[in-house]
Design a protein around this ligand. Structure first.
Ligand SMILES: Cc1cc2nc3c(=O)[nH]c(=O)nc-3n(C[C@H](O)[C@H](O)[C@H](O)COP(=O)(O)OP(=O)(O)OC[C@H]3O[C@@H](n4cnc5c(N)ncnc54)[C@H](O)[C@@H]3O)c2cc1C
Length: 420
């Protein structure tokens, strides 16, 4: 058996970022221990696989980078080290082929996360990575050791370097609760408030609308939004009516700007084109044709192709008088305003915005105020839409942090290593 490496790296958090950090540190020659609060690792990753694991995206790298908005310059070096192509090659190395869907999104052929995670954990264990489950990190003790609560009581762990990969603040029941925020803030680390990203919004439907239409998809529809930041944007797709408001792919795509607008002004306004592809003048002329004894519902269905939840939205949001004016009715069908009053709570969101500020880190993702402590994954202050951008950035930053931890260990004397 080869001798145990003499330098140890503790990875706290066993999601995609932490496991990738473990792989990078272990393959660079460190002794690696992964600690996770939950009874098993990768729970959110497995959940992501339930909806058809969207690993990454096949669009050109420049477009890919733009998805990270204001943080694209921070993500660029990380993705240069381990970007979409490298991620697909890595999955292939685990025996998981990927394919590009019609939208450019990249999925494993089986669409699931479980086979990939299983093989990956097997490979990590074979490489000597040790897993310590039901270990909840709760900060550092006075001697600088990592403190954990475990079923057997408190445990203090010394490591030469640490990679924190604790996730954001959504879906707390899968492990990432955001409880790390005050622990780092107390150490003087700048952390931007965690906020919902890729989230639904509250509208405040009437009881009548809610009971009839909650759970129904609105499709096809074009959603438009004009924001003080980002200008005008329009997108064709679908969204879902919920008991309190709206959610789904089209809403998530706009959610960062909608959330920011609500924070700034208390409300955000969307416009819905309920009849995409139909010309406004033509629609008005169709609707102006006499409806005789036919009901308004039949008239809308026959003349404008509007029924079900779309007709419900018109009834909910349009003054009754506008139904008798074909021009106003047609204009509403093409641009029906929808007022959003609040994002859904962080715990329900697909991901989190906010987190450890890049300004607090060096280029290897080490916290400058805490030498030897690195951060990775969703706990960093970036956000991106769905489409594989979230996982790609988690993998890329995990890899950079794991490799960075080992590189840092090589630059210091053994006695100076963290916690010694
Ligand atoms: C429903 C859903 C579907 C998604 N689908 C996709 C998708 O298809 N494509 C995509 O790119 N992204 C998707 N995502 C987002 C993606 O899953 C996350 O961005 C990603 O898992 C974040 O990885 P992470 O390693 O940073 O954190 P996490 O995966 O959240 O892992 C953090 C780990 O840290 C552990 N931990 C937290 N606090 C402590 C503590 N104090 N002590 C010890 N351990 C702790 C947790 O138990 C957890 O195991 C989806 C998310 C959701 C909710």
């Amino acid at each position: 058996m080869p001798p145990e490496p003499d330098r140890s790296v503790a990875i706290v958090g066993g999601g995609p970022a932490g496991l990738m950090a473990a792989e990078a540190a272990s393959s660079a020659g460190a002794r690696v221990d992964v600690y996770d609060a939950m009874p098993s690792v990768g729970r959110k990753f497995l959940l992501a696989g339930k909806g058809g694991l969207n690993l990454t995206h096949a669009e050109p790298l420049a477009d890919f980078l733009n998805r990270y908005g204001a943080r694209s310059n921070r993500l660029a070096p990380l993705l240069a080290g381990f970007g979409p192509d490298a991620l697909r090659a890595w999955a292939r190395g685990l025996g998981v082929e990927t394919f590009v869907g019609s939208s450019g999104r990249v999925f494993p052929t089986g669409m699931k996360a479980a086979p990939l995670l299983r093989t990956w954990l097997h490979r990590l264990r074979n490489a000597g990575v040790r897993f310590h489950l039901r270990h909840r990190w709760c900060g550092w003790d006075d001697d600088g050791a990592l403190g954990f609560t475990t079923p057997l009581g408190p445990r203090a762990v010394r490591a030469d370097a640490t990679v924190l990969a604790l996730g954001g603040g959504s879906w707390a029941r899968l492990g990432s609760s955001g409880a790390w925020v005050p622990l780092l803030a107390a150490r003087g680390v700048r952390v931007a408030k965690l906020r919902p990203a890729n989230c639904g919004f509250d509208v405040g439907w009437s009881e009548h609308f809610r009971t009839r239409h909650a759970g129904h998809p609105v499709k096809p529809v074009v959603l438009s939004h004009s924001g003080a930041v980002g200008g005008e944007t329009s997108q064709l797709g679908e969204f879902l009516v919920t008991a309190t408001g709206v959610e789904g792919s089209l809403i998530y795509a706009l959610s960062a700007r909608l959330r920011d607008e609500i924070e700034a002004s208390g409300v955000a306004q969307l416009r819905m084109d309920l009849a995409p592809g139909r010309d406004l003048a033509r629609l008005a002329s169709e609707l102006s044709r006499g409806r005789g004894s036919s009901s308004m519902a039949n008239h809308l269905r026959r003349r404008a192709g509007i029924d079900g939840v779309k007709a419900g939205l018109l009834r909910e949001l349009l003054p009754a008088a506008d139904f008798t004016d074909p021009d106003r009715l047609a204009a509403a069908i093409k641009a029906l305003p929808l007022r959003l009053i609040a994002p859904r709570p962080l715990d329900e969101a697909i991901s989190s915005a906010g987190g450890v500020a890049f300004e607090a880190l060096d280029r290897n993702l080490m916290i400058q105020a805490l030498p030897g402590v690195f951060c990775s994954g969703e706990m960093l202050d970036w956000e991106a839409p769905t489409g594989g951008y979230l996982l790609t950035a988690c993998f890329a930053s995990g890899r950079a942090a794991g490799a960075g931890a080992v590189a840092w260990l090589k630059t210091i004397e053994p006695a100076a290593a963290q916690g010694n």
